[in-house]
Design a protein around this ligand. Structure first.
Ligand SMILES: *Cc1c(COP(=O)(O)O)cnc(C)c1O
Length: 386
């Protein structure tokens, strides 16, 4: 059997070695505390689960869903955008539901990237931007994100050749994995840059609702000119603890949404209508549950950052996301520190290099474990970090 060349071109899965070590440690009975995976441990709000139960009992939801999503779900997305960002979207032309935002993020390059085209990708960043570009036959060009520049790309410093070939610019704020946030001014510059260079701005906004200390994350669609060059991916996954439900959307520039719609009719057959009805319950229902979850993440963030700082580790409490991006102690690489924590403390963290070469020197802690386990993890860290 011979696989396609495109499969061989995919970068190796950097967590495979860790997974192997975790399995080995667990086999010898180790009690592993995992700060590795970014998957909310808190349950989906009960009223959303109830909406699914009711909808699943209605045979009208059992047939193929519409490719473009239930009109009522698209309306609730447009209404949520209006309430949250004061952005007015046409639910018909400017909103497309997705089978989880990863589905749309993965498929976008098939609609926008020909061979020889470039997608500008944050480094470190969510790995799908790069792999989807590769699988579409395009060239990902990494934009190094550094602490000195607050993990924002320096668009003026991108190589001219890459800019000339660029079709898509990926951004993600609040960011996975750096937990950095962006100002509206930065989005204004990015939109101007995209208009000037005829590039689609694709903003992954999975974490805009999980922010701390009074910080409110902007939408790129708030910016003048964005509806001519930008789209934004959103997801119910992190906001409403619905990662297993597979529901999200993309909204913005109608030309781009049209391209995504045309592509998707050839790929999937939409989201289970009962899940879309549950999505309406999430977006249109009470939002206090989200605030409670954010308070939980904030408490965990402080437990972790205070603990790390008391050991002399520079853990800056982030303003958004469910991650803490931590520089490794001197003398360590991302990989050696990850290995030390696993071997000597039975703790799993994600090495920064798993998100791109510029992640070297960092590890990512996820805040999706209970306070109790998190406290225990901090005590174990204290024994190995000096
Ligand atoms: C979790 C995550 C997603 C995926 O969300 P789904 O809607 O569950 O597919 C997208 N982007 C980033 C940066 C994420 O961390």
């Amino acid at each position: 059997m011979k696989t396609a060349r495109r499969i061989e071109k995919l970068p190796p899965y950097l967590f495979a070695e860790i997974d192997r070590k975790v399995a080995a440690a667990q086999a010898r009975g180790a009690d592993i505390i995992s700060f590795g995976v970014g998957d909310p441990d808190l349950p989906t709000p009960p009223h959303v689960v109830e909406a699914l139960r009711e909808a699943a009992r209605d045979p009208a939801t059992h047939r193929y869903p519409s490719y473009t999503g239930m009109p009522e779900f698209r309306d609730s997305i447009a209404e949520w955008y209006h309430q949250r960002f004061a952005v007015k979207l046409d639910a018909e032309e400017e909103v497309q539901p997705l089978v989880g935002s990863k589905e749309g993020i993965f498929h976008l390059p098939i609609a926008f990237i020909d061979s020889d085209d470039v997608a500008l990708v944050p480094d470190p960043g969510y790995p799908v931007y790069e792999t989807s570009t590769l699988l579409a036959g395009g060239t990902p060009v990494l934009m190094p994100l550094t602490r000195e520049r607050a993990f924002l790309p320096d668009l003026g410093a991108l190589p001219a050749d890459a800019v000339g070939r660029a079709k898509v610019l990926w951004l993600n704020y609040p960011s996975n994995p750096t937990a950095a946030v962006a100002t509206k001014e930065f989005f204004e510059q990015a939109v101007q840059w995209c208009l000037a260079n005829d590039v689609l701005l694709a903003h992954d906004a999975a974490y805009t609702e999980i922010t701390y200390d009074g910080y409110v994350a902007p939408s790129v669609l708030e910016v003048d000119g964005a509806m001519d060059c930008a789209i934004e991916f959103h997801s119910l996954s992190k906001t409403y603890n619905m990662t297993g439900w597979r529901i999200g959307w993309v909204a913005g520039a109608p030309e781009a949404i049209e391209a995504m719609k045309r592509l998707k009719t050839n790929i999937d057959s939409g989201i289970f209508d009962a899940v879309q009805r549950a999505g309406i319950a999430a977006l249109a229902g009470p939002q206090d549950y989200v605030a409670d979850c954010v308070a939980t993440y904030r408490r965990r963030r402080d437990l972790l950052c205070d603990g790390l700082r008391s050991m002399g580790v520079e853990a800056e409490p982030p303003k958004g996301s469910i991650y803490v991006w931590v520089p490794v102690p001197e003398g360590h690489t991302s990989e050696s520190f990850t290995t030390l924590l696993l071997d000597q403390a039975d703790i799993v963290v994600a090495p920064g290099t798993g998100y791109g070469p510029s992640g070297e020197g960092f590890v990512r802690f996820s805040l999706t474990i209970s306070d109790e386990r998190l406290r225990e993890g901090v005590e174990r860290l204290r024994k190995v970090v000096t």
